[in-house]
Design a protein around this ligand. Structure first.
Ligand code: VG1
Ligand code: CO
Length: 541
């Protein structure tokens, strides 16, 4: 039986950089999840359609899945493909959407944000191409949340989502599938598994930290079972509703145990970590950290060594705050380089149009046209494939890369939980003075240009304004300022810093030292302390 429930709009259901994210109790409050999901169905249509559903297993994932299924049935969906236990990594969900030619999917995740009864939850809609809904769609969903009056729900018992196979929910087909199998099969088509297997057989050692999040089962199956990495290579491999209290954000701060191991005595050859929903990756060599911007550039320069990319790349896209290291590779390869706003949704058109093959963000996101999300394990496997072919260490590969292309020293400084009004005032003041900045000299640097990044999508012509303030210094250094669109508490200021050194001298400095004048100049220009009271960042990556 279908019931129609009267409701009223709930303020603040505006999707951010990647879906709607709120504190879990907010999502669990009466009508909250239901209003948003009904708004999605009202905008994208539901009757007769097939969707994919899964999430990263965080607290409330299981309950939310049952609610979404009951609503899909009530709205007339024909079929929903669900990962067993309502688990799917974000890239695996993207793959299932594409593989089964469905009408899209709903992913339950707040990604790299902590999970648990008092932490974060999130929901986002992905399109039939497997990618996050573009701004026009998320805007329409948001508008719908502001006018919603009712939602629909069938009355039924919970489905047993632990049982793989076909189920019926009030006439709607629910196919519960193994969350790993199709994804692992896709990886086998892209990478030289026999070569990686012989590398492991030859004694190559790896540490993979799944941070008690969704990639555990994927990493155990692919790295240990299929590629022969030693048992126990994957740690924190069981997904937990609160991520075991970890902050599943793979960076040197939150994946500290991995960093300690990789910089310690008897470090393995290669280390990696991934985030809550499995779309991010951090890569570490023995005694050397690989910045995500460098990782994108190295992967682009070496992708042809993997079977899935042996024909070469069509183009490389990066988000604006990501360093220009990948642009230098694109120039050397004679292929297109694209600069997009932050967030994977901006890569979708370039990938669909065949303009870009590889994409990346400085925030530990790398991916390709195999799906329409960034993909943590994919990046880790591409690194392994390159290591297996080149038979060099991560450190050697990085050093040769910098020797050839020069080095883009890079760092991101995050200032978290700033009162929103103060962060907004700082950005407004900065935007006010942009026009007056060119020509200003400070800290031995001269401002060459300053603007607020605007993007015109080359495929559909859509325009996105105010995507981050850029201060460009003579000589190719820059500082970028933007406010996070994924947080759930106050505002987070992201300060992105970059300096290019062509070499051969000066390629082996500590990034924070190499960037010191730019850091000081950025603080002075934006008046970070005056506006926010902060003198030092909370997280440095
Ligand atoms: C952050 C990152 C951005 C990434 C987004 C989603 O967004 O900076 O590059 O695409 O998270 O990643 P923001 O607006 O907070 O800077 V995930 O792994 O949380 O889906
Ligand atoms: Co993520």
């Amino acid at each position: 039986m279908t019931t129609t429930v009267k409701t009223t709009p709930i303020a603040g259901q505006k999707p951010g950089t990647s879906g709607l994210r709120k504190k879990t109790p907010v999502f669990m409050a009466r009508h909250y999840l239901e209003n948003f999901v009904q708004s999605v169905f009202d905008v994208v249509g539901c009757a007769g359609k097939t969707f994919v559903l899964g999430g990263d297993g965080r607290y409330f994932n299981d309950r939310a899945a049952q609610v979404i299924l009951r609503m899909a049935a009530a709205n007339g969906a024909a079929r929903v493909i669900v990962g067993q236990g309502a688990f799917l990594s974000t890239p695996a969900a993207s793959h299932l959407i594409r593989l089964n030619k469905t009408d899209g999917g709903i992913i339950m995740s707040a990604s790299h944000n902590p999970g648990g009864p008092t932490e974060d939850f999130g929901v986002k809609f992905n399109m039939p191409n497997g990618g996050p809904a573009p701004e026009a769609v998320t805007e329409a969903i948001y508008r719908r949340t502001t006018e919603i009056t009712e939602y629909h729900m069938v009355e039924a018992q919970d489905l047993d989502l632990a049982r793989i196979g076909r189920h019926d929910l009030a006439g709607m087909v629910v196919d519960v599938v193994d969350p790993v199998a199709d994804y692992a099969a896709l990886m086998e088509t892209l990478f030289d598994f026999p070569a990686i297997r012989s590398m492991f057989a030859g004694g190559f050692r790896m540490r993979m930290d799944s941070m008690c999040a969704i990639t555990g089962p994927y990493a155990v199956e692919i790295l240990e079972n299929r590629l022969g990495a030693a048992q126990g290579t994957v740690v924190n491999a069981a997904p937990l509703p609160d991520f075991g209290g970890m902050h599943p954000d793979p960076n040197p701060t939150w994946a500290k145990a991995l960093m300690d191991e990789m910089f310690g005595q008897d470090a393995p050859d290669f280390g990696a970590a991934s985030d809550g929903d499995g779309d991010r990756n951090m890569v570490v060599g023995r005694g050397i950290y690989v910045s995500p911007s460098d990782s994108l550039a190295v992967l682009a320069a070496n992708a042809h060594l993997a079977p899935g990319y042996k024909a070469g790349l069509k183009g490389i896209a990066r988000s604006m705050p990501t360093s220009a290291a990948a642009d230098r590779v694109a120039a050397a390869l004679g292929i297109g380089a694209y600069e997009t706003p932050t967030g994977w949704k901006f890569f979708g058109n370039l990938l669909d149009a065949g303009r870009a093959t590889l994409c990346g963000e400085e925030s530990f996101g790398t991916g390709s046209d195999h799906v329409r999300e960034k993909d943590g394990l994919w990046a880790i496997l591409l690194w392994l494939n390159i290591l297996a072919v080149r038979k060099q260490s991560v450190a050697q590969i990085l050093q040769e890369h910098w020797a050839k292309f020069g080095r883009n020293y890079y760092s991101r400084h995050d200032f978290e939980a700033i009162p929103t009004d103060k962060a907004d005032a700082m950005m407004a003041a900065l935007r006010e003075k942009l026009a007056s900045l060119p020509g200003t000299a400070l800290e031995g640097l001269v401002v060459e240009a300053a603007d607020d990044f605007a993007y015109t999508d080359p495929v559909d012509g859509s325009v996105s304004l105010k995507q981050g303030v850029r201060v460009l210094f003579a000589g190719g250094s820059r500082a970028v300022f933007r406010l996070s669109g994924t947080g759930t508490e106050g505002a987070t200021l992201r300060l992105y810093l970059e300096r290019y050194v062509p070499g051969p001298d000066g390629l082996a400095e500590d990034p924070q030292a190499a960037l010191a004048p730019i850091i000081r100049a950025a603080h002075a220009i934006a008046g970070i302390e005056t506006h926010t009271g902060r003198t030092a960042p909370d997280v440095v990556t």
